[in-house]
Design a binder for this molecule. Structure first.
Ligand SMILES: *[C@@H]1O[C@H](CO)[C@@H](O)[C@H](O)[C@H]1NC(C)=O
Ligand SMILES: *[C@@H]1O[C@H](CO)[C@@H](O)[C@H](O)[C@H]1NC(C)=O
Ligand SMILES: *[C@@H]1O[C@H](CO)[C@@H](O)[C@H](O)[C@H]1NC(C)=O
Length: 540
């Protein structure tokens, strides 16, 4: 396998868009079981390396180069600010100043090439990551009156082939992520007779879609606050200078700088001060595509009891989440370690389930007064994640981003809570969507409940190939989502279509070779089967 991985890095470099198809097609030509399984593994290994491309490091710069670059970036940004509409110039200027700081920090890091000292990394101890089962039981809903819920809603559904905001995707029973979130908060409000406000952080990419969806709640007595996160200029990879020349320049020159931006944006938009003025002290933050991130009163109570200014929900790593950020102790403080920060020769250590047992779910609990104190006292220096991109016309650009969890190092008594897996239910791909839409989950007041008929409470591993990658290709391939209550593992590659009332059990692998199409007929039951070629079924 190591050999295959090394080989693929070279191939990826040539940026052949359909390399995966070619490589997978080769071993698939022989459709004996062992070879097909090999092909599936091979394909998975290749897929993994592809996502590492973005983390490749860039060459260092010299000190005199840096000050010249910093100066010309400053004047570029001042020029940009002068092109903006006077009515919004002040806010735009503040935004560009924040970007300028981030950019300067990036240049300084490039000059110093400071790398994490791997030997100083320690695994967190029992006090630094507390098991959920040790948290107190709840006696009353009082703490909820000081809570607000924030959903990070800035993401596009590009990876699933969705053109707009991902949270506008219908996930289950005709309801979008946003609909489910609203239902969750509504239910919380109603059952405990409290007023927990819902706040959505949108980006310039998702603002309009979000407003369109939440419009229908305006008539009801629900108040939802939305605010825009920052809009930063992309920089050219070659010169490291800002791409846009005018404040109104095309969307493609700008980007929302990751969820780490939420702290700055809470301050700049005045939302932080408003929450504090309303008597809110705690903020529960999560990604809008994590359907498991519902308000948990035991965690809230623990936060109050332990005087923690910041809690990060982590959960046990499985082989499927080896790339998630993890909590570490570094220089005697808690830190978030993301794969982008890991020196290349330690990436395998990082991915090891044994060494780093947990990963960050991005469900975060924050003390708002502490946040105010930190932002007033000079703000945060969150680790920079360099995200290289290609523009539509093939020019290499860079986005400087930050992650919300990295803020943990700035707060007192910050620690992790090891929560059950059910609190991490993200929809990142159509494979995830198949799972969510299946009979394994049902909706209860906006939250997903796992069916009681599911043995052992674990979910099946589902791997759908490229033909299922985009939502527009995924949907027509299922007349109806199969019954998968008793499924352990499903792998599907190639041009495969599922009929109505199909049941999948145990391990099922369906491989349609290039040029072939497989139709799983209506009512078909597949249990421990490998299907390949022209619907030729072999018992596993
Ligand atoms: C948020 O961004 C959208 C899209 O760019 C814009 O139309 C809207 O006016 C912004 N809202 C605020 C409050 O700045
Ligand atoms: C929660 O309840 C309060 C007061 O009853 C209401 O103002 C708010 O809009 C509610 N939010 C949701 C999402 O139901
Ligand atoms: C199914 O595959 C087996 C083994 O490759 C072959 O002997 C058999 O003829 C095939 N059956 C059909 C219906 O294609």
């Amino acid at each position: 396998m190591t050999h295959a991985v090394r080989l693929s890095r070279g191939l990826i470099d040539q940026a052949c868009p359909s390399w995966r198809v070619y490589l997978c097609a080769l071993p698939c030509v022989w459709s004996s079981f062992s070879l097909s399984l090999f092909c599936v593994r091979f394909y998975m290994a290749l897929f993994e390396t592809a996502s590492f491309r973005r983390f490749r490091r860039h060459k260092a710069i010299r000190p005199n180069e840096r000050s010249a670059l910093a100066k010309s970036t400053q004047s570029d940004l001042s020029r940009l600010v002068r092109t903006s509409d006077p009515a919004v110039r002040k806010a735009f200027d503040v935004e560009m100043q924040s970007f300028s700081k981030l950019h300067a920090r990036y240049l300084a890091e490039k000059e110093n090439r400071e790398q994490l000292d791997w030997n100083r990394i320690k695994s967190p101890n029992d006090k630094q990551v507390i098991p959920y089962s040790h948290l107190p039981q709840i006696t009353g809903p009082e703490a909820l009156s000081k809570l607000a819920v924030l959903k990070v809603n800035g993401g596009l559904g590009t990876s699933m082939g969705i053109s707009g905001a991902k949270s506008a995707l219908e996930v289950k029973d005709g309801m979008t992520f946003l609909d489910l979130i609203v239902q969750q908060v509504e239910y919380l409000n109603k059952t405990h007779k409290v007023d927990v406000p819902l706040i959505l952080m949108t980006s310039f990419n998702t603002h309009d879609d979000t407003l369109r969806i939440i419009k229908k709640y305006v008539s009801q007595r629900i108040s939802i606050t939305t605010f825009n996160q920052s809009r930063y200029p992309r920089i050219w990879k070659e010169t490291l200078q800002p791409c846009p020349k005018h404040a109104l320049d095309d969307k493609k020159h700008w980007y929302p700088p990751g969820h780490g931006d939420l702290y700055e944006s809470l301050v700049h938009t005045g939302v932080l001060d408003r929450l504090l003025a309303e008597g809110k002290e705690y903020l529960f933050i999560s990604n809008s595509d994590n359907l498991g991130a519902v308000v948990d009163q035991r965690i809230l109570q623990h936060m109050i009891d332990s005087d923690a200014e910041f809690l990060m929900e982590v959960t046990d790593k499985t082989k499927a989440d080896v790339k998630g950020g993890t909590l570490i102790e570094y220089d005697s403080s808690m830190r978030l370690l993301e794969i982008a920060q890991v020196p290349p020769d330690h990436v395998d250590d990082f991915k090891s389930v044994r060494k780093f047992k947990i990963f960050n779910t991005n469900n975060l609990w924050i003390n708002l007064k502490a946040l105010k104190r930190i932002m007033n006292g000079g703000g945060m220096d969150l680790d920079i994640i360099v995200n290289p991109k290609m523009t539509d016309n093939g020019q290499a650009v860079i986005q400087l981003e930050t992650a919300a969890g990295a803020a943990i190092k700035h707060f007192n008594n910050a620690h992790g809570i090891n929560v059950p897996r059910s609190r991490f239910l993200p929809v990142k791909s159509c494979s995830d969507l198949l799972l969510i839409r299946s009979d394994i989950y049902s909706l209860q007041n906006g939250r997903l409940d796992m069916s009681e008929s599911r043995m052992f409470g674990s979910v099946p591993v589902i791997k759908l190939g490229d033909h299922f990658k985009k939502i527009t290709e995924f949907q027509p391939r299922f007349k109806k989502i199969p019954n998968i209550i008793d499924l352990d593992h499903l792998t599907v590659t190639g041009d495969v279509h599922f009929g109505r009332g199909v049941t999948l059990r145990g391990t099922v692998i369906v491989v349609a070779n290039e040029g072939q199409r497989i139709d799983i007929p209506d009512g078909c039951v597949l249990e421990n089967r490998l299907v390949s070629g022209n619907l030729n079924m072999t018992e596993l």
